[in-house]
Write a protein that binds this ligand. Structure first.
Ligand SMILES: *Cc1c(COP(=O)(O)O)cnc(C)c1O
Ligand code: SF4
Length: 405
């Protein structure tokens, strides 16, 4: 165990704790009414090498990466998000997420086009039914901007060879027929790219299915294009409650004043908010960065939900951080800060096993008599097991956990 993670965080480790506006940045001449219009943001995305080089000093590795991206995962960055990129710093944590890198062309044997085995779990095109009571509904292949580590880069953006052919009628029919499904997660791509009318129509169809108790949307739009979060959109989302949104943010700099205000509007319309982060090398693989991120999220009324180990997507080696680092970060948060601020660290089991929690080892021993465990400070405690005639000896996975740290 790393002793360092047990120290309290000094205040100076509060990385980019303040909310700072993204505008106007590299676009000083754009009128605010255009800047604040999501259609302008979408239309004016940076999608070419020339567009990037107008503002940034690229490295040869980035330039080669851009050329490569045309055949795999498109390059696109909204002006709002682009403003968070440092002009001259190739290690900029925002840049690493959206600017292509030549490393994307290096594919190792353990990497896959479909690392979570989604294609083999689709009963109808666009619907992934892996868990008993819930489904993942891939409603579009487009996003506001493209993340270089995207687990769905095989279908997302339209640049690669594989296409997403979601069949909405078949998907709705499947959901109607399968009464065991109570939870539908809309994802893609990014569902908030849809127009208000299209989204409203889809949510209305889903709401008409009586056994669907719970709807959620996974979206990075509030981060890439907070202008999309309008009062009209919020009223639609509110109408279809209970509807939760999982946003996706990885670094505290992404939580700008514009993003904070968009999240406040969602929360004020009764949309519970969670966040999913991906552990990324050189972006958020450090305790001070992650602790600043989760604290800022709580201030925005967003509950950190998952921290994902980066999937084994082809060409992602330069962005993957060690599992050990993820465990160390969770260990450095749990007990040291607000429990609500601690996400669940998971690995989506390669090949299609689903999300598996990966935790620091707190339990040293557990039998019919007692459980021996440690706290966040490393102090060891014992709790007498409650006598239970039916208690079975613990299965081996728990014992292994005791040695995992
Ligand atoms: C992540 C995921 C879900 C949702 O999982 P939760 O743990 O309930 O958030 C559902 N289906 C698939 C295929 C997924 O990958
Ligand atoms: S927003 Fe989500 S779906 Fe879109 S590229 Fe990023 S990770 Fe992939």
């Amino acid at each position: 165990m790393d002793r360092q993670t047990l120290e309290p965080h000094p205040p100076e480790s509060r990385v980019e704790a303040d909310f700072v506006p993204s505008a106007p940045g590299y676009w000083p001449d754009v009128a605010p009414e255009l800047w604040n219009d999501w259609k302008w943001q979408f239309k004016n995305r940076v999608t070419t090498l020339e567009g990037l080089e107008q503002h940034l000093n690229l490295t040869p590795q980035e330039r080669a990466g851009v050329i490569l991206s045309g055949h795999k995962l498109a390059l696109a960055v909204t002006p709002h998000y682009f403003n968070l990129i440092e002009r001259d710093n190739p290690d900029c944590p925002i840049r690493r997420q959206v600017i292509p890198h030549v490393g994307e062309g290096t594919v190792s044997a353990s990497e896959m086009a479909d690392p979570c085995g989604e294609d083999s779990h689709m009963p109808v095109p666009g619907l992934v039914h892996r868990y008993p009571d819930r489904v993942l509904f891939l409603v579009t292949d487009r996003c506001a901007a493209y993340c270089r580590y995207c687990t769905r880069s095989r279908v997302v953006s339209g640049a690669g060879e594989q296409e997403l052919h979601t069949d909405f009628d078949q998907a709705i029919a499947y959901l109607e027929k399968h009464t065991e499904i109570r939870d539908v997660l809309l994802s893609g791509g990014d569902p908030l790219i849809f127009s208000d009318d299209k989204l409203d129509a889809l949510l209305t169809k889903l709401r008409a299915i009586p056994h669907l108790e719970f709807l959620r949307i996974g979206s990075r739009v509030p981060i890439f294009m907070p202008q999309r979060i309008t009062p009209e959109l919020c009223r639609i989302l509110q109408k279809h409650q209970p509807l939760w949104i999982s946003i996706h943010t990885n670094h505290p700099r992404e939580l700008t004043t514009e993003v904070r205000d968009a999240l406040a509007m969602l929360a004020n319309h009764g949309v519970p908010l969670g966040n999913q982060s991906v552990l990324l090398a050189g972006v958020n693989d450090s305790l001070p960065v992650m602790s600043s991120l989760v604290h800022k999220l709580l201030r925005c009324r967003v509950r950190p939900y998952y921290l994902y180990q980066c999937d084994l997507i082809q060409g992602s080696a330069h962005l993957r951080a060690p599992v050990r680092k993820g465990i160390e970060i969770i260990e450095g948060l749990r007990g040291h800060t607000t429990g609500y601020a601690v996400p669940q660290y998971v690995i989506d089991a390669p090949g299609g096993g689903g999300k598996v929690p990966i935790n620091p080892g707190y339990v040293f021993f557990h039998d019919a008599e007692k459980v021996v465990f440690r706290n966040f400070e490393g102090k060891v405690f014992e709790y007498p097991e409650v006598p239970d005639a039916g208690l079975q000896p613990k299965p081996s996975p728990l014992r292994e956990e005791a040695f995992s740290c």
